[in-house]
Every structure is written in C-alpha cells, then in structure tokens.
Design a protein around this ligand. Structure first.
Ligand code: SIN
Length: 529
C-alpha cells in the first residue's frame, strides 16, 4: 500500500511531491525508502552497472587521449566511487565533429522517429529509476527519496519532449501579393553544446538534451566534474534506446580541464548553440566566448530568490513553503529561497515557528539513510562558503536562532541554520548562499519589500505569501524575476517555462517553450504562383 502510494506520487508529481509532501505522510516515504536501500555500500554496489569509467563519444565508450582520469567522490563519506576520463580540447573537438556529422542525417529523421526514440529513453529511465537514484545519491549526496524525485523529474522531460517533437508547427503567412506564398519553417539549429550542473545531475541534462533531440539537434554534453556518473548512465540508456552514434556525446573532465572543453564548445563554428546551467560568472564567460561565432546561448544562472511573507499570509502555509523552498537539496538549487523577508506584524511568530519546524523536521545525514532529509554539501569549498556567510552575518549583528555551525558529523555537513535580525548589508542577502542557511529580514511595507526584492542584479525565482488578492496581482507583476511562486514554495515542473531575467539568464527551458531554443525559423517566399 505504502509502496503503491509512493510510486504513484513520484510518477504523477515528480519533484514537488517529494519536497512538498505533507508532514503526515512523510514517515510513509521514509519507510518505503528504507525497505529498499538498507545501506550506502549496498546503494553504490547495486548502482554499479551504471558506474562507467569511460566517456561516450560517437557511440563508443572512450578514455581520454592521455589516459588521464579523475576521481568521483561521494560527498557524504569522502569515499572514491571510481574514476572517469579527464578530457580536454582534443576530445571535445572530436565529440563536436561526431555530433556535426551525425546532425547531417539526424536532422532529416521524422518527428515521429525522434519521438519514438525519446519514448524509449523515457521507458528505460523509468525501468531503471531505482538504480539511477542510487547512483545520483552516491555521487551528489541528496537523500535517496529526493534523488528518486529528481529521476522522475528527469524522465518527465523525455516523455514530454517525445510528445512535443510532433508538435513543432511552422506557419503559413497571409500573403500581401497574389503571386506569392509565404511560409515560416521551423528547423533544428544544429549541434547543441551543453554544460550541466552537479545539483541536478540527471534532470538538468534531460531538460536540455531531450528538447534538443526532439527538435532534431545533436548534442555534446559536459557534465559537472563532481557528478559525471548520472550523465554517463543516461548515455548508456540513450544508446540502448537506439539513438545513432554521434547524436548524444558525453565529455567528462576535471575542474582544471573544464574550461578547455567549454571553450571548444563556445568557439567552434560547428556548434550552433550553447546551453548552460550554473554560476552567473561562468555564464558570462561562456557568453563572451560564444560572441565570435554569434551563437545562440541559453543560460540558467544564479538566483537570489526573495521569499516574502506578508502580514495577511497563512502562516502555516508559509512555513511549509519556506521549509521546502529553502531546504530542498540542502539549499543547493538556483531557485531556493535566499532572502526570506517577513512583514513586521508576524515576524517573531514566523521566526519561532520556522525554527521549530527546522529542529523537528530536518535530519542531517547520509543520503542512503532513510531518515535523512538533508544530505551533505557538494564539497569543501561549498561548505566553507556557507560558513563564511553565517560568520559575516553574525559579525554584522544577525542572531543565530538555530544551527550556525559545521555539523557534528563532520565531512561536508552543515547544520540547518536560521538567522534573524538580518539586514541588506550582509553577504547572505547580497549573494546566493547555496546551502542550508535561512536568513530572515524584517520589513514594514509592500513597497519596501519590493524595493529590496528587486534591488539585486539577478532575477530567477521569487516567492510570496499573501491572502490579499490585489496584493497578489501587484506583487506578482512587480517582482523582477522569471518565475513567481504565489503561496507555493516549489514551482518547478516539466510543463512550465523555467528561466530568469537580468543576470539570471537567457531563454527558457521546459514546457512547450524549451524546444524553441533548439529551432531556427526559416522564412520561405514562393513566387510566380
Ligand atoms: C536549479 O536549476 O537549481 C533548479 C532546478 C529546478 O527546480 O528545476
């Protein structure tokens, strides 16, 4: 019964279900997870069929030309899971050549053929989702239930774009001249270079690649250095599904060599578009590098999401939303609440309830432990940065309500932290925290909240809680972001346009919108009719 409910929830409401589940049913989730995954070692062992030690170029599993490798480490235990090739310029170039060659025939496949392959990929991901989730937890650290939610989220893009492939319509344009007929055709743009992040090692690949493949593009994907295994597992499934050699390519590399690979993708005239999810700084470099070949560039960059709670809000709803929005993925998503702003009338009450929820509901630990809700941070640099944010805030007058320290478990674990009396002068309000730290600022008026919310250069997601209908319209329209959650803390999904404004990015991913990033519109004028 529990298992049926769990499967159903996961497949119907992939991501939100796991992060938004009511407290009353959380133990059910945990129990099911524990039944299936008794221990970390077991998890990694049973995911071992997907532990590839080679990259995937032109339909072949290959090593780096130099034979160099990099270690992939479990961020929870520090254990080395294995190695993958450390590739650079030459291998990236050969992947681009393979993708370009494959594009010459892939672009002529019918939408129905591409749809069928994507549907096969969806089925294969679904069949293997338990193993894929274990692999994801092993290399990234997020709790297994959340990893399974991500794999469901990931497969939903294969399913969605299998359907969307067949709905790429052009236009017949009413002609102003009797002798002419005017058409707008949609055609695949070409080879798509993709650079994907470690926080969603599965879903951020499928969100980009399935849209590109549906459109008729071929792909060269460079996964994050920390999490290459989920990407290689997807390549294995794409291969099994029957995608021809060169249509999907995965180039793995170390942090040192990543820049070389990125440069090849951005500067090669054979690559038509770049899609990147990651930091704003890296996004700007890729944008500059793409200028010489005038490439189309899609960027999903950093956010610094405001999460505003007005006096009129349903407080319990706001707490549930803040918990999911802030602590999903241990605070390591681009759309996590970063600046929690609460109106003065309910500030103390909010802080009090939020602290109680954090202390009661969050369990820090290994992702394979069924009771864990908060995994480790991805690496030491991330851990240090999070602590620096806390120390900076405290030195400027913020008070630690709960947490505030490296976790007693050691390693990459940090205590879920709530800070009050936070001001806009503090680093945690100016920059993305990307960790389990919730800074809460007090505000007086709607105007003040909006001024603070819109005062930054980024604009990915923004959330607010209010029961006042006119306020809901005003604030939703005035927030300078690409994604707004009104009385909702987790708003991601396959159907929606995901993307930001200002320095948070260019373009949109997902939904009917995501495929446009991989299509050109060609105008055809037929004369002499
Ligand atoms: C992210 O890019 O960090 C968030 C992914 C999502 O919610 O879709």
């Amino acid at each position: 019964m529990a298992a049926t409910w769990y499967g159903l929830m996961c497949s119907r409401l992939p991501l939100a279900s796991l992060l938004h589940f009511p407290k009353s049913v959380r133990p059910v989730l945990i129990r099911v997870t524990m039944d299936r995954v008794p221990a970390a070692a077991e998890g990694v062992r049973s995911a071992s069929s997907f532990l590839h030690d080679k990259a995937y170029i032109n339909g072949k599993w290959v090593t780096a030309d130099s034979g160099a490798t990099i270690e992939v480490v479990n961020p929870s235990t520090g254990a080395v899971l294995g190695t993958v090739p450390d590739m650079g310029e030459a291998e990236a170039q050969s992947a681009v050549d393979a993708a370009y060659k494959a594009f010459q025939t892939w672009k002529d496949t019918t939408a129905k053929e591409r749809s069928a392959l994507l549907r096969k990929l969806f089925n294969l991901i679904e069949e293997n989702k338990q193993e894929l989730a274990k692999l994801l937890t092993a290399e990234m650290g997020k709790p297994l239930a959340e990893a399974l939610g991500e794999v469901n989220y990931g497969s939903s893009f294969a399913e969605w774009y299998a359907e969307e492939a067949r709905r790429v319509y052009g236009d017949v344009i009413p002609t102003p001249m009797k002798s002419r007929r005017l058409l707008a055709l949609k055609q695949p743009i070409g080879v798509a270079g993709m650079i994907t992040p470690w926080n969603f090692p599965n879903a951020m690949i499928t969100r980009k690649a399935c849209a590109a493949l549906a459109a008729g593009c071929t792909t060269v994907i460079k996964p994050a250095e920390d999490t290459p295994y989920s990407a290689l597992a997807l390549a294995e499934l794409a291969d099994k599904a029957g995608f021809p050699p060169g249509v999907v390519n995965i180039v793995t590399s170390s942090r040192t060599k990543s820049a070389e690979v990125g440069k090849v993708l951005c500067s090669s005239p054979l690559v038509a578009t770049i899609s990147f999810t990651g930091s704003t700084n890296t996004g700007k470099i890729l944008l500059k590098q793409s200028a010489d070949t005038v490439k189309r560039v899609s960027l999903e960059l950093g956010g610094n999401a405001p999460f505003i709670v007005f006096d009129s809000a349903d407080l319990d709803m706001a707490i549930t939303g803040a918990m999911a929005c802030k602590f999903r993925c241990s605070g390591q998503t681009c759309v996590c609440a970063n600046r929690i702003m609460v109106q003065e009338g309910i500030y103390d009450q909010f802080v009090d309830k939020f602290a109680k929820a954090i202390e009661k509901e969050l369990v820090v630990g290994d992702g394979f432990d069924g009771s864990t809700t908060q995994g480790p941070l991805i690496n030491k640099a991330a851990l240090t940065k999070v602590d620096e944010h806390v120390q900076d805030a405290v030195s400027k007058g913020a008070k630690v309500v709960t947490g505030g320290k490296f976790h007693e478990k050691g390693g990459n674990f940090y205590q879920p932290t709530l800070l009050r009396d936070v001001t806009t002068e503090m680093r945690c309000l100016k920059e993305e925290i990307f960790g389990p730290v919730a800074p809460v600022v007090k505000f007086k008026t709607e105007e003040e909240a909006l001024a603070v919310a819109n005062s930054v250069n980024t604009g990915l997601a923004g959330y607010f809680y209010s029961k006042d209908l006119s306020q809901i319209w005003r604030v939703a329209e005035k927030l300078e972001v690409g994604i707004v959650g009104v009385n909702e803390g987790v708003v991601s999904g396959v159907e929606i346009p995901f993307g930001g404004v200002k320095e948070s990015g260019l373009g949109r991913e997902g939904g009917k919108f995501g495929i446009d990033e991989y299509l050109e519109i060609k105008y055809v004028c037929m004369g002499g009719v």
